[in-house]
Design a protein around this ligand. Sequence first.
Ligand code: URA
Length: 220
Amino acid sequence: MNPLSSCPHFHLIHQNQQIRAMLTILRDRNTDRADFIFYADRLFRLLIEEALSMLPYREKQITTPTGSVFTGCEFSSNLAGVSIVRSGESMEAALRCVCKKIRIGKILIQRNEASADKAPIHYYTKLPHDIADRHVLLLDPMLASGGSARAAIEILKEHGVPESRIIFVNMIAAPEGVRSICSSFPALQIVSCALDDYLNDEKYIIPGVGDFGDRYFGTE
Ligand code: URA
């Protein structure tokens, strides 16, 4: 499902009542931290399963215990996760739950409130040595203006990952961020649970969930 016709590579996961109910709990200011973590983790699992379905597969034949030959499929590429520190780290456990032995890199970028253009500052990157040979799930739960995500994608490209091999996985996206990423990286794919209305003056997603990292990690 794609509600933004100008961004053909933006995908929303199927909006059933279960997804809506879990997002309602996350959005509620009265939800306590334990429930926030519990439902965020459940949604992360679903999101990551959806992202995995967007990867390339090839045909595979196996023989079942009845002796029948069955034609199915298998992953045809290597995969890595890369989290944008700090909120993206909240998605790593869900990725490890569904992908045994997944290699996970990290990129630390922060907004630069001091500079006039607010260009994000890059502090730290650690990636698997063969990242250029892998598809990458880039993890960050909130896509707001897209500044950090754009910087992280540029770093992945500098390390040899073509944008067509990157899937940006996030829980809640603002239209401003989606448009910015899609226009800068037209071959990259984005998968989200929700497309919200807009960014406010403080760059919070509206209606949003507030500060995701603070609510997940208990630093409010
Ligand atoms: N990051 C957050 O945690 N929340 C927002 O609304 C936007 C960015």
